[in-house]
Design a protein around this ligand. Structure first.
Ligand SMILES: C[S@@+](CC[C@H](N)C(=O)[O-])C[C@H]1O[C@@H](n2cnc3c(N)ncnc32)[C@H](O)[C@@H]1O
Length: 257
């Protein structure tokens, strides 16, 4: 596999961190109702997945432990999950076997997949390719592998949250910690607080320009907030912060028929 510098680093990071994601993967695999993002917004309120996916060829880009793939398989889709980390895929394959879900798992890079043109009707990423891949690589790749009329849905950090994230990797503040214009590659490998991999986000205008140039139509966009009485900090955002400013963004795109 020919990988970019960020893909090599992210593969190393995710192989190392995979054990930390087993328990949440197991919990999500047993949960029959999909819920999304760090605030666990139910699919009824934030419908990333259609209720009926029978007959759809679906792909999860950066599938991790594979629970989103499991939810799609339960809804009747024929599902493929691709991930860069061998260790994450080991967990995904074990959980799919335990839940008797027939899912094809592929080891690969969502920026340059091995799939045929127009191989899928539905593509999704929840914090997979959505944040770990360069949008200028993975968005055109998603377009290539979707059939005309196909949908792409992805959930990622909101650029507002990135702008308010201190450079040392600590929790989002109420200050503007970095410029909004030019947001693209965020390298967390050397930060003092909880070093991570290399992520990507962009200003809203840059996303729209990319979607338009690639050929996607924007069907909807959502900025989910914490639900219920949750009051803790999840990852780098407190619930109080996320009730005032958007921590996450979901894009609903379509490749015109
Ligand atoms: C946070 S998990 C996403 C899965 C799940 N929805 C979740 O939120 O736990 C991120 C996954 O993206 C994968 N990933 C990172 N870069 C990737 C790339 N270039 N291609 C495919 N998968 C990638 C990682 O290996 C990891 O398993």
């Amino acid at each position: 596999m020919m990988d970019s510098e960020h893909a090599r680093e992210n593969r190393r990071y995710w192989n190392e961190r995979a054990p930390d994601w087993v328990a949440s993967g197991e919990r999500n695999w047993v949960d029959p109702m999909p819920s999304w993002g760090i605030w666990g917004v139910p699919n009824d309120e934030l419908p990333l997945l259609p209720e009926d996916m029978r007959g759809l060829r679906a792909v999860e880009l950066g599938c991790g432990t594979g629970y989103v793939s499991g939810w799609m398989a339960k809804r009747g889709a024929r599902v493929t999950g691709i991930d860069l980390s061998e260790a994450q895929l080991t967990t995904a394959k074990r959980l799919a076997a335990e839940h008797e879900a027939a899912i094809t798992f592929v080891h690969g890079n969502a920026e340059a997949t091995p799939f045929e043109d127009e191989a899928f009707d539905f593509a999704i990423s929840e914090y997979g390719a959505a944040i770990w891949c360069d949008p200028y690589a993975w968005i055109p790749e998603a377009w290539r592998i979707l059939a005309p009329g196909g949908r792409l849905v992805f959930l990622a950090h909101h650029p507002m949250a990135s702008v308010c994230s201190p450079l040392d990797g600590s929790e989002a503040t109420e200050r503007l910690e970095r410029p909004y214009f030019g947001l693209h590659r965020l390298d967390w490998t050397e930060v003092a607080e909880d070093p991570g991999g290399i992520e990507f986000t962009m200003p809203i205008e840059a996303w729209f320009t990319l979607f338009r140039e690639v050929g996607f139509r924007v069907r909807d966009v959502r900025e989910p907030e914490p639900v219920g009485d949750v009051d803790e900090t999840r990852f780098f955002v407190s619930a109080a912060w996320a009730r005032s400013w958007p921590s996450e963004i979901v894009w609903f795109l379509e490749k015109p028929a």
